[in-house]
Ligand binder design. Sequence first.
Ligand SMILES: *Cc1c(COP(=O)(O)O)cnc(C)c1O
Length: 428
Amino acid sequence: MSTHDTDDRTGTFGDYGGQYVPEVLMPAVEELTDAYERYVLDNEAGFVDDFRDRIREFGGRPTPLSYAANLSERYGTEVYLKREDLLHGGAHKLNNALGQVLLAKYMGKDRIVAETGAGQHGTATAMACAYLDMPCEIYMGRTDVNRQRPNVFRMRLHDAEVNPVTVGSGTLKEAINETMRDWATNVEDTHYVIGSIVGPHPFPSMVRDFQAIISEEMREQARDQIGRLPEAVVACAGGGSNTMGAFGAFVGSASLPGHPEGSHEPAPDVDLLAVEAGGSSLGVDADEGYAPNSASLSTGTEGVLHGARTKLLQTDEGQIVESHSVSAGLDYAGVGPELAHLVDEGRVEPVNVDDDAALEAFHRLSREEGIIPALETSHAVAYLEHYDGDGPVVVNVSGRGDKDLDTVVEESAAKDIDGAPSMEVFEE
Ligand SMILES: *Cc1c(COP(=O)(O)O)cnc(C)c1O
């Protein structure tokens, strides 16, 4: 069934994955594993059919595969864009949030908790909860609450409670710990919706399966519109959920029942490129406990973070360091265990582009194709500058960039980014 050494029933990907959680969380993780196997892998009670219907009706799937004529001309190769920016909510995150909130309903849970960093996952979860009539609490670091106010309002508009977390640096890491604590205390009635292909088993496999609808559609669309599979698929990698969504059907590891025939067959000839945030430079400054990048796939070392063994940005002593990226959604010191394994196996090639290249790509796609991409997505678009294959190449447009306008205007002016338009306005 799968080309690589993975086991969806134990959640191991070579040396990575597993369930590194405190004893109090074991019952929750085991109950969820059982539900994942029954409802997702075996489509019990028609769960997957229900998910497919709802992500179509409420989410607006399938998202288009758009031919990018101007980029194709620029690079002398056929470029296609998989438009997850057109999914409801403006990013791929709803695929997973809707899947998990629906699963929680099938499990008889009546309360949802989730963590959020930049607020995108919290917003998608709050949206899914409003739609499915589930009470929802979101943990968000105090610092993030202050710098992501529009997303805090969006979550509240969807009737979610936003709990600011004041400990530590008040960012994603602390929010994850608080959410784990809540889950452990309220296992009976609560489900924890993790936002990427990270965390203990079954999260990495389950989130990949919900997101793999992206590559499943991409294959069907490539066959109809191009007449063949693409030579390469390019996606940005933070935790890695849009990446495994874009790669899953080609790797053959995803297992979402009810897919069109052949759409999950391993396709070893398709090159899979994961683009990480190179930030301002590569490497880890161990003395400062800081990495000026989020390139854990290309430069990380093995360790355990948030319940799974994976590749991490850490010091020689195993201290996790603060990461950096101009894009909040890529700013994470770890990465999904399956992606780490696929890189070790040579199936996925990790590459990285820096902050400035991502900003330039943000402007290029806006100017030349009429699509304002998320700053995360801009990393994948920026990689086209280095792509030297024959094509066709598909870039996964994981989300739209409206949320990033303030950052882009500020950073583009400060760094004198190539191709940035003037943002001066006339005042009376
Ligand atoms: C959250 C986010 C990402 C990064 O998360 P992954 O799990 O790596 O996909 C990428 N793009 C967009 C638009 C996002 O919102």
